[in-house]
Structure formats: structure tokens, C-alpha cells
Design a protein around this ligand. Sequence first.
Ligand code: MEV
Length: 447
Amino acid sequence: MCLVYYLSASKLYLKMNKSVSGFSKLKKSEKIEWLLQHYLFNSKSAKKIITQYWNSNEKLQQLHDEFIENTITNYYLPLGIAPNFLINNKLYAIPMAIEESSVVAAASKAAKFWLERGGFKTEVISTTKIGQVHFMYHGDFKTLNTFFNTIKPKLISDAKPITKNMDKRGGGILNIELRNKTDSIDGYYQLHASFETLDAMGANFINSCLEQFAKTFKTEAEKQLDSTIEIVMSILSNYVPDCLVKAEVNCKIEDLADLNINAKEFAHKFIQAVNIAKVEPYRAVTHNKGIMNGIDAVVLATGNDFRAVEAGIHAYASKNGTYTSLTHAEIKNDRFKFWIEIPLALGTVGGLTKLHPLVNLSSELLGKPNSKELMQIVAVAGLAQNFAALRSLTTTGIQEGHMKMHLMNILNQFNASENEKKQIITHFKTNTVTHSAVVDKLEKLRN
Ligand code: MEV
């Protein structure tokens, strides 16, 4: 009894001691001091790690500090370049921000392979985005429907101050529908709105419109309806199945031949691999993860919201009720064709696009693409990544290339000197890389 009391009292003490209010109001240095005291045992090395990632350019550092709340330092990711991407007959060097060692190398290899076989062909299929006002209503549906149809022009006109600039550029609200969802939840309805947001990803634009729709809808309902309307929430959807892009490669089967591959055998095995990902969710998830290696890296480098892209794409991968491959492959009339079709809501204006110097640089590198062009580049990065992964998986296996790229990480983990790195890299050009083989070799060198 006494022990239980003691334990829970000490837990409470710990909890109190480590909680804080007003943290966001502290200066950066005070936040760090607080963390050092309460979580990092006043460690000098922790303080050094935090501060050594600060940028000496104070303005640049302040810019990064102000992207989010409670910034204490910067978190670096490498920004790599995958050159030689021929997309619709135009060459691109694609910027990729990613930590996984083999991704940029794999993208570059796939780009080179298809550069010699006509490159990638892409097409934007549609660009419509969606937002919803979710609300509850327990009156008669017919009355609600009539009310909605009367009020619809006012919903749009009350949002004019928000939409006027977008309207001028040719975008804006496309439509608003009333959707009856009472089959799923008693009294649940939606205003389901569609938008064209041009070069903006559109989250702020859509959410502002939706909140205005909700305001007008509620105010008018209070005047015109007997039953009340309860607005639950107004928010865009990151599921954008009508904001679609397609990327494709194709060539004669015999042109797939390469130093190490027999063309026919390779094409056949490749298609089997895609077909397995189509029917087997355990494989489909990994297959699509490889695609996201390429997509996320470009989305991140261009300052877009990779969480939104991830959520939307995975939802699309399960649109028919089973999680399946995002890519497709076939052989028709002796031609090999491999393609991807994915939803992508991307922006080339707004958000971080003008603020983050590296995002700006990425945009320059890509020739300042508009959002439709960026959709095509990103889809290509996903397709190329999948091609590279399936090519390795169905021929040499993934570990050979992966471990070669991972070698440097292992060497750095053991603080290898430049000379040690040089000797070990030469050794593993002709030997299989495994963690233990690298450690063995390093120990032998050091002894
Ligand atoms: C690793 O990051 C990605 C792969 O697992 C993708 C795949 O299996 O297709 C290699």
C-alpha cells in the first residue's frame, strides 16, 4: 500500500517536473536550457548538437525558426540531384530531398535507362480538388434540399471576397452539392464542393471558402428552416481522385536488353512482379512505398505537403476496396509498357514555395514549373523509382545495390578516416557488402 503510494507520488512528481506551461513564450535559448535541464541531463554534447546546426546567417536562421513554433534547431536532409530525366522530350535534373542512401542513385539509373529509350511521356488528366462542410440536420430532407438550391448562389456570392483573385486567373469554385449521408450516420449531411486552384495547392483557399459557406449556410438556415443545422466542421479533402496525372514509359521488348538482362525474360518477370503487387496487399504496400521514395523526395524538395500527398495516394491505391499497386505494366504487340496513375495536389505558388531558399532553387532547377508540370515531374519520379526497384528485385536482388550505397553510412558510423574509406570502398567493389563484413575489414585495417 505504502509502496504503491510512493510509486504513484514519484510518478506524479516526475510528471509535474517535466511538464511546462508557456513554453512557446520562452526565448530559443531558454527553451534549450529547459530541455537540457529536464530531459537531456544538462549534457554539453546535447547542447553542442543543437547549436551546431544553427545557421550563421542570422536572417536565414530566423526564417527557419519562424516556419513553426518552438524551433530549437534545424534538421538537415540531403538534397540530391537525379539528372537525365527526359520528360515529354524535355530534359530535367530532378532535385530530391531524402535520407535513404540508394534512392537518388536508383532514380538516376532509371532516368539514364529510359533516356536511351525515348524517355517518359506524361499527361495531366484532371485538376479538381474537393472540400466539405460536414453538418447535422434532423428535419425533412426535401425541405433541406429546396433550401440548399435556393441558397446555393448566395453561398458562392458570399465567398466572392475570397475567390475574386482566383476567379480572375480562371480558377475558383466549380460546384457545391448537397450530399445526404444519413445512411451512414443519422442526420449527417455535407456540402460537397469542388474547386480549381490552378498553381496553388489550395488548402488555405479551399478552407477559407468552406468556412464562409458554413457561415452563410447556418445564418440562412436559422432564418429559413424550422429545424436547426449544426455545423460539425469545414475542411478540404486530401483525397483528390479527380486531380490525376499519368506517366508512362514504353519500348520494344528487345530494347529492354541491357548488359545484364535478357529482354524477354526481364519483361516477363517485371510484369509478374507488378501483377503480384496488384493482388497481394503485403507486397503492394512495399511496392508503393518504393514509389513514394521518389514522390516524397521531389514533393519535399519543392516545398509541398508530403503528408497530404501520401494520404491521398494511399487512399487512391485502395479505391476499389483492396490496397493495390499504383503502377501497371503490359506487353502488347511486342511492346513493353509501364505506367503510373496517381492523384497529386501540388502547388508552385504560396506555402513555402517563395519562402524557403532551397525550394526556390529546386523550382529554378526544374525550369520554374507550374503545378501541372510539377505533377508530371513528380509522377515520373515515382514511376522511375518503381522501375529501378523492380529491375533490381527481379534480377540481382535489392541488397547488392542497396548495401553498396549504405556502405558509407556504416563507415561513418565507425568514424572511418578518408584513407580507410578509400581502401574499403575499393575492396567492396568486388566483394559483397554486409554490416559485419565491413566491420571486419575495418578492424583488420586498424590492426
Ligand atoms: C525500399 O525503400 C523500397 C523497396 O522495398 C521498394 C520495393 O520493394 O519495390 C526496394
